[in-house]
Design a protein around this ligand. Sequence first.
Ligand SMILES: *Cc1c(COP(=O)(O)O)cnc(C)c1O
Length: 338
Amino acid sequence: EQARDELLDWHGSGMSVMEMSHRGKEYMSIQADAEADLRELMGIPANYKVLFLQGGASTQFAMIPMNLLRGKASADYLNTGVWSAKAIKEAKKFGGVNVVASSEDKSFTYAPAQEAWKLDPNAAYVHYTTNETIGGVELFWTPETGDVPLVADMSSNILSRPIDVSKFGLIYAGAQKNIGPAGLTIVIVRDDLLGQTLPGTPTMFDYKLQADNDSMYNTPPTYAIYIAGLVFKWLKAQGGVAAVEKTNIAKAQLLYDALDASGLFASHVARENRSRMNIPFTLKDSSLDGEFLKGAEARGMVQLKGHRSVGGMRASIYNAMPVEGVQKLVEYMKEFEK
Ligand SMILES: *Cc1c(COP(=O)(O)O)cnc(C)c1O
């Protein structure tokens, strides 16, 4: 609503954010505010850079090895599903990949405990996916990797709960799940990891160059950054990430309780890894899937169909989903089961 109200005239400037020069004082203040608010929300220490990039999380699958291999032969990767597998596939183009553990044995329905990981002390970094968006598998603990930098794809659970940024070498997230419009990618990187790119790394893919230019080596995705900034302000108004986490816990609990109590619906994810953001579930009789989706749509609940690779249903209940939305879904599930 705020974006609508200031669409054609941002703060009396006579300009839409879309028509501003990215080097003008108006836009510069928008980006600086967005960064300051994100730093405050996540408690990002001063020795970390915040980058506003493009290309989505998928581009980070390449940028991470290009920037962080730093002369080392290989990197460690945890394989917990679709997204970590894509990160692994891309990293193999640039160096060795050691898969420290995989949950493929149980169709990616859990995350292997750290005791089961085979970490390489000489790895350039350790990569994992904090929330597998398609499988609905979330890690609620932070791996201990000693001096080896920890790298996390937080695309689908960033800002859903407090995390200790100082435990990570690099955090990245496509904006479109929990932050704002597609087209913006957030990278938070510890500054000692910058400046040692692989030979041939394109200029735009060099974190140091992006950091030295305040993410303005070229034109940043200005409108997406502006909307992200509004979301950061909204999160602060909710009471910050700790307050948002309470709501997220309540929302997820409502839905998992309903699944556990049901004879028709079921979750297949290990209890300790049940995602608070993406909740896949199945109907015992999958021939009823279509009817369930139709009834949901008639009640204003859309896009509940699961990812084509896993089937069933998936409720994505990101920060923006109010408790009432989950209550409505749970009521409908009970009614449908009856
Ligand atoms: C959506 C998603 C991606 C891919 O993001 P793009 O921005 O579309 O490249 C990567 N990792 C995770 C965990 C995701 O949820």
